[in-house]
Design a binder for this molecule. Sequence first.
Ligand SMILES: O=c1[nH]cc([C@@H]2O[C@H](COP(=O)(O)OP(=O)(O)OP(=O)(O)O)[C@@H](O)[C@H]2O)c(=O)[nH]1
Length: 631
Amino acid sequence: MVLNPVLGKLVSKRVVLASASPRRQEILTNVGLRFEVVPSWFKETLEKSSFTAPYEYAVETARQKALEVANRMHVKHLRTPDVVIGADTIVSVDEQILEKPVDKQDAYRMLSRLNGKEHSVFTGVAIIHCRSKDNQLEMEITDFYEETKVKFSELSEELLWEYIHSGEPMDKAGGYGIQALGGMLVEYVHGDFLNVVGFPLNHFCKKLAELYYPPSKHNVQHKKYDSIPSVDTFEKLSDGESESSNFTGHKDASKLDSVGIYSLGAVYTSENSSGVRTGFTVPLENQNGVSQSAAKLPSKILELMDGFRASKALFVASKLKIFDHLKDKGPMKAVDIANDVGTSVCGTERLLDACAALGLLEKTLQGYSNTDSANIYLTSDGKYSLHGYIIHSNDHLWPLFTNLESAVKEGSRQNHRAFGKKADDLFKDYYHSQEVKQRFMAAMHSIARLTARDVATAFDLSQFKSACDLGGCTGALAHELVQVYPDLKVTVFDLPEVIANTSYFQPSGQHAASVTFVSGDFFKDNLPEADLYILSRVLHDWPDEKIHVLLSKVSAVCRPGCAILLAEMVLDDEKKNRSTALLQSLNMLVQTEGKERSGTEYRALLEQHGFTNVTIRITGNLLDIILCVKM
Ligand SMILES: O=c1[nH]cc([C@@H]2O[C@H](COP(=O)(O)OP(=O)(O)OP(=O)(O)O)[C@@H](O)[C@H]2O)c(=O)[nH]1
């Protein structure tokens, strides 16, 4: 649960932290913010002398870090984030800016400068709200800085060197980490402690409050608030969202809710004596003249209650190929679309309006047209088309999910209830008819295309000369890998029924020859030789016993130094935070004997088969990546 509704404003947005700093990640994770980490490639080399004050340098560096990530995600990854957060922490002493030491001598130089004196720590923060309009990246940048004064005690040379040899100073601005051993060097801190650690959380929340709840003309008083409104205040405000808070342009569910929530009363805000804004509802009279108070509705719960309606609207529009029609012919009127696809005008109009309100379509006087995202993801031939997966969700997953209650009661898959037949093998379900097989392959292909770049680049795989993608289906990941690593040869190993149907999905291009297809059953047949074995969305299909069979086979053919790359949604150890992955685990319950697992669980499985150095990258995207090496 997000404690602070200001941060709650970010829940439905794709938030990206443009920072490799584990401290920033921890500070933001600790308050319940969900975000993806995309470290910035911006080199911190701005000319310091061109800034009149040290904080200007920190703010500009933070801006450049965030801008680089926003641009890269938009242009290279075709994934425009909603919000990008960048930060830069520096220490300023005697008009000098200190960043991270480059070596121990440099750390010594910095710490000696700070010894026995007061210095300032500045963190510059940039919050960029992004949106893609006509494929152009539009951004609104907000930045600020926070200053904290820190005083070091008089420290002996011996102590300084002991501290330096601990290794702690190396990745810390000014050469110390106040949150750990470095705390022992500090006599006092004036200001925000977390600012020193790398992220001024309090100021960040105030900034979000300013952005998402700007003082409106309805305010009873207009004093500018100078502290974070209390939780209670935010809850009252949270659904009375103002126009300007909708940076991303899409209409999210909470915004839609707000219409209903305050239909009985208007929201006003005022400030209390301590400068804290308070929200209250003004009673309005109903039609009978009876005074009523606007009830604050639980918007999150309402959103969940209605979630299936939105999913189904998307599924039906996709099944009817409305996005394909609009790509070729839009803008179009409802009546023309209805005629083209052979549906009723009144039903089609309602569906189109719902899709427009959900941000999937645009509605103008000329008619309906696709949004940029619809063109890319929802048309059946879009570059990153999810059409295949959406149809699979509608035709296969939906009937299974309607039996979730039985699955939970019985603890087992529900294929027999959903489809009226009992299959002993998961994939027999998919491959019993050509139509279902092609639908399943198209679904796997669309997800693999979307995630392939992340899987291929989560780790540097350039040391491997050959790879085998076990259960690699249409070869979408294999083709991405050979593009990223031109010297790599990839064998896609999958069941004969799959391999026989891959030709439709093959790209043409210079690297196509580096991908070969071999048919076989990875539980029974010999595995092709390779330096790297890839298991992407495979292990979650199976129970531990079967995974042991598979991993022991991989282990048997792996030479020391060879590796396994896993791509799965990794659960947090406590299994309480990652709702997408936890829902995916329910998805596995209704249709397989498998489940999603935590990093610790994957590590244990891999280590039992001699795979060590298990490194887990939580990407915050659809798939997390695990690399481990055979000893
Ligand atoms: O007391 C502490 N002071 C500072 C830190 C950490 O120091 C670094 C500051 O470096 P920077 O702002 O450039 O951030 P990076 O780590 O390089 O990550 P980016 O990818 O954002 O450039 C920062 O990590 C602070 O957390 C500390 O830990 N304690």
